[in-house]
Design a protein around this ligand. Structure first.
Ligand code: FPP
Length: 266
């Protein structure tokens, strides 16, 4: 039977209905895995594209291109298994130091992704960008705005794409907002607390990240979600991002479900 976009969208909304135990209709209808505890917010540092390409004698861009496919596959999977928030680190404020050809390649992947955004409507994923996207220029700014607006009422996974993102930068802009409000008498020093700072970050209104996954065998945070990761669990995996699959995510989720999170308590 020929499927219309509308039918797919309706089906997608249906499979993303959440139950109290955190599973989705998709979990219940299919053999998607069910975990005892599922993190509300997962962060992924998509690392290892360059090494993946080098191992094959290819330009680094080739690794990013395959990495972008992995990104799309993992977003869809997270949505289907009932994760509510996913933040992926696509480009940091420090990545401008890379060769121009590589930077242009990543920007091209972003551009293609934004141009294709209409095609992902049926996934029901709410897409947001975090980072200094205004500095990417007017064309990107408008395309990003259009993509965010198009999906703002979608009810599935909320996807944050961290692009031109730096955790320190994010905290600095929060400090500036707070200082400005204080200066004009809108807020007193006593009003400054954790919840106010959280509300001044790009992730305003979202839960802190519970689990950060970094493939590629590196053990660093690299300026990713510095404030939001205060009580995150970290899982470092010895796999390069282009080779990362649903199986690796399942393994990380399985491990997360067995971690004893105390949030500073006994
Ligand atoms: C880090 O690997 C990866 C990046 C800096 C870019 C990640 C970008 C993508 C996966 C594409 C994003 C796509 C969209 C649609 C926004 P690395 O280059 O540092 O790898 P290496 O450590 O092996 O050199």
């Amino acid at each position: 039977m020929k499927d219309s976009g509308k039918q797919t969208a309706v089906l997608s909304e249906f499979i993303n209905v959440y139950f109290e135990d955190g599973t989705t209709m998709a979990n219940k209808m299919t053999n998607l895995p069910k975990f005892d505890i599922i993190p509300k917010h997962v962060g992924i540092i998509m690392d290892g594209n360059g090494r993946w390409a080098k191992l094959r004698g290819l330009p680094r861009y080739a690794g990013h291109k395959i990495g972008a496919n992995t990104f799309k596959k993992i977003v869809r999977y997270c949505n289907n298994i009932g994760i509510k928030y996913l933040t992926v680190y696509a480009f940091s404020t420090e990545n401008w130091k890379r060769p121009k050809e590589e930077v242009d390649g990543i920007l091209k992947l972003l551009d293609t992704y934004l141009d294709d955004a209409e095609n992902y409507k049926a996934d029901n994923v709410r897409t947001r960008f975090i980072g200094d996207v205004d500095s990417l220029g007017e064309v990107f700014k408008q395309k990003i705005k259009k993509t965010e607006e198009m999906s703002e009422n979608f009810t599935g996974l909320t996807l944050n794409i961290a692009f031109n993102y730096g955790g320190r930068n994010e905290i600095i802009q929060a400090i500036k907002k707070i200082a400005d409000s204080h200066k004009i008498g809108e807020l007193s020093l006593d009003d400054i607390n954790e919840s106010l700072v959280s509300d001044c970050l790009y992730t305003k209104g979202q839960p802190d990240v519970d689990l950060i996954i970094r493939p590629s065998g590196e053990f660093r945070l690299s300026n990713f979600m510095l404030w939001q990761s205060a009580y995150a669990e970290y899982i470092f995996m010895d796999i390069l991002w282009p080779d990362f699959s649903e199986k690796h995510l399942n393994k990380a989720l399985e491990e997360f479900a067995h971690r004893n999170r105390r949030f500073g308590g006994a």
